[in-house]
Ligand binder design. Structure first.
Ligand code: CP3
Length: 341
């Protein structure tokens, strides 16, 4: 670690030190609530082209840093670039979210793991471009989806609130399901290593659908695959801190304490102090994105509660899920003032 890196508040917290004031960034901080994002977005033919255009993706990554001075920039891309890299058709229907050509048991053998890194080279180019333009106290976060979460989209052919298609697939085709998870473990690890080698200083793994996994399968579908990914990453890039976000895991948040993560990102329904107590890791989160829309007294009270709850704990201020498109910019500014004091 160089001295320059240790000066970054995010990295200090990820090494286990409680920093004051706390570092802050917001999940989905580059997105539709920003007029400058909507402007850049209109220049790309579609969302995936935006993710795969290093000039536009770098611009979008840097927009929230310029406007708000967050402590971290998160690479602009999407968790569904992995299925795209594997050769599955992925597109984003405006107003409807992601669509994929749904995968059946026979489709797994047709996926092309060797294509993932070549097809995702432009994203690593975005990482290098952003890295060279960031203020020196800002940390660059790379990311990927966890295998279960990515598999839920690949199998359903889009979003699904309770992951029924993936759960059904795992019951009917256990061997093919395990093959798919293993394939995602390998390609995701390679992709995260490539991001780290291009300049990402922290990696976040999004297990957005941890809450839909049957209790008996959390270990096999989520904890073990994430531990394998982090193990592979650390073999190549030993010191890089990894943040794991098992959204909706409830009591199973406990199980993510020994996957090799430096920090656990906590959802709106779970206590930051409890997760820290159970896992002994730094924690990140967990302001309700709706309080950021409401603003005023509700926002002040919610921020105060988090600051009190996490006093003395290594904590990165963030939301408990992504910022919503209808969030007023003035409320984001107010949040930063409240956190930085
Ligand atoms: O600013 C950032 O956080 C970086 C970029 C980022 C995006 N998606 C951009 C995006 C990140 C880290 C993600 C992660 C992601 N993508 C997750 C995990 C986090 C979570 O929200 O649970 C998931 C599940 C996805 C899949 C995905 N991508 C969905 C379900 C959608 C549609 C919902 C929506 O908000 O529109 C997307 C599209 C998407 N990804 C947008 C952005 C800015 C909106 C697309 C647009 O501009 O029209």
């Amino acid at each position: 670690m160089t001295d320059k890196q240790s000066d970054k508040p995010m990295l200090r917290v990820l090494r286990g030190t409680a920093a004051e004031p706390k570092p802050i960034w917001l999940m989905r901080q580059a997105g539709r609530y920003l007029p400058e994002y909507r402007e850049t977005r209109s220049k790309a033919s579609d969302f995936l082209s935006l993710c795969l255009n290093p000039t536009l993706a770098s611009e979008v990554t840097l927009q929230p840093i310029r406007r708000f001075g967050f402590d971290a920039a998160i690479l602009f891309a999407d968790i569904l670039v992995i299925p795209h890299g594997l050769g599955q058709k992925v597109w984003f229907e405006p107003g409807e979210g992601p669509k994929l050509e749904a995968l059946d048991a026979g489709g797994i053998a047709k996926l092309k793991p060797a294509e993932v890194l070549p097809r995702l080279t432009p994203i690593c180019e975005t990482v290098s471009q952003v890295k060279s333009q960031l203020p020196k106290t800002t940390t660059l976060i790379g990311f990927a989806g966890a295998p279960w979460t990515v598999a839920t989209y690949m199998i359903a052919g889009g979003s699904s609130n309770d992951s029924t298609p993936a759960r059904m697939f795992a019951l009917r085709h256990p061997t093919e399901f395990a093959t798919l998870i293993d394939l995602l473990v390998e390609t995701t690890a390679d992709y995260l290593i490539a991001q780290a080698e291009a300049g990402a200083e922290v990696l976040q793994i999004f297990e957005s659908w941890a809450g839909t996994i049957p209790n008996d399968s959390v270990q096999a579908f989520s904890v073990d695959p994430i531990r394998k990914i982090i193990g592979s990453v650390h073999k190549r890039v030993p010191t890089i801190p990894v943040i794991v976000f098992p959204r909706g895991a409830g009591a199973n948040y406990r199980l993510f304490g020994d996957v090799g993560a430096a920090a656990i990102c906590v959802d709106t329904h779970t206590s930051l102090r409890w997760v820290h107590g159970e896992t002994k890791k730094a924690v990140q989160g967990n302001l309700d994105p709706l309080t950021l829309i409401a603003g005023g007294k509700a926002l002040r009270a919610a921020v105060e509660k988090i600051l009190t709850e996490t006093a003395g704990i290594p904590h990165i201020f963030n939301l408990g899920h992504g910022i919503r498109p209808d969030t007023p910019l003035a409320h984001v500014e107010e949040l930063i003032r409240l956190v930085r004091g």
